[in-house]
Design a protein. Structure first.
Length: 259
């Protein structure tokens, strides 16, 4: 999701969705938490579960990622140890390696297997084998980065110029050019904001002519989590950095390690 759509996984929403139709008995996260941004994710995951399986290799020189093998082994263990108490397996992966275990769970163990996967990184074979599947991000999630670009642009216009009014076409062109974002995607995101009442079309008179302008319902976009003022975002980032600097673990690191 990060690489393809620049969106962070929304664990809370996923768990909430699953809980509407199922009683969650266990929740496990697997990954090599020594890589990239994953170490920072551990704290977020602990809000929901302490079942975090670090799959990093025992030797730094080994390049192979064993996450999928460890997940597969864990799934087989769960079905043999607690199979009678489990009706459904929900697996977050798009990896075709999971085709066999999904087929086994569904056809041999008579379990329902639901796959959650990232659009554009989802094996067709795995999709066809699952009892049912959910693809992320949904259209609204995919457009969130463009929502922020549009709303930041309109906020700056309103803040810096009382006389300047935003128009649909000019906003799309400026946001696309400034952020080097696809014009069609920006247009679709702005149209969604209009269709859902977050951006309002107005008709104003300028030099004796009727002009169609747009304005933002700021209370709605903030209340519904579509936009956070840029200053607040930067302040939150700075606070997170300060916390990391002050953490006890960092005190024992060398200068090179801190870098």
């Amino acid at each position: 999701m990060e690489n393809l759509y620049h969106i962070k996984p929304d664990i809370r929403t996923w768990i909430s969705e699953i809980s509407e139709t199922m009683d969650i008995k266990g929740l496990w996260f697997f990954g090599d938490f020594s890589k990239g941004e994953l170490p920072a994710e551990i704290k977020k995951i602990r809000v929901f579960t302490n079942n975090i399986i670090d799959t990093r290799s025992g030797t730094p020189r080994t390049q192979k990622d064993f996450t999928d093998f460890i997940m597969l082994d864990n799934i087989y263990q769960k079905v043999f140890e607690n199979g009678n108490n489990i009706d459904n397996f929900v697996i977050f992966t798009g990896d075709g390696h999971f085709y066999s275990v999904v087929s086994f769970l569904k056809n041999v163990c008579k379990k329902e297997v639901i796959i959650y996967a990232v659009k554009g990184a989802f094996s067709n074979q795995l999709k066809e084998t699952a009892s049912r599947w959910v693809e992320y991000p949904c259209e609204t999630e995919r457009m969130k980065p463009y929502f922020r670009m549009i709303l930041n642009s309109m906020y700056r216009i309103e803040k810096n110029s009382r006389n300047m009014k935003a128009t649909f076409i000019k906003t799309v062109e400026q946001v696309s050019s400034y952020n080097k974002a696809p014009l069609d995607d920006v247009r679709a995101a702005l149209q969604w904001l209009v269709d859902n009442g977050y951006v309002i079309r107005n008709t104003e008179r300028f030099l004796g002519k009727a002009v169609s302008t747009i304005s933002v319902n700021w209370h709605s976009v903030i209340d519904d989590g579509l936009w956070v003022p840029e200053k607040k975002e930067k302040t939150a980032e700075k606070q997170q950095k300060r916390k990391r600097r002050k953490s006890p673990a960092r005190k024992n690191l060398t200068k090179e390690q801190k870098k």
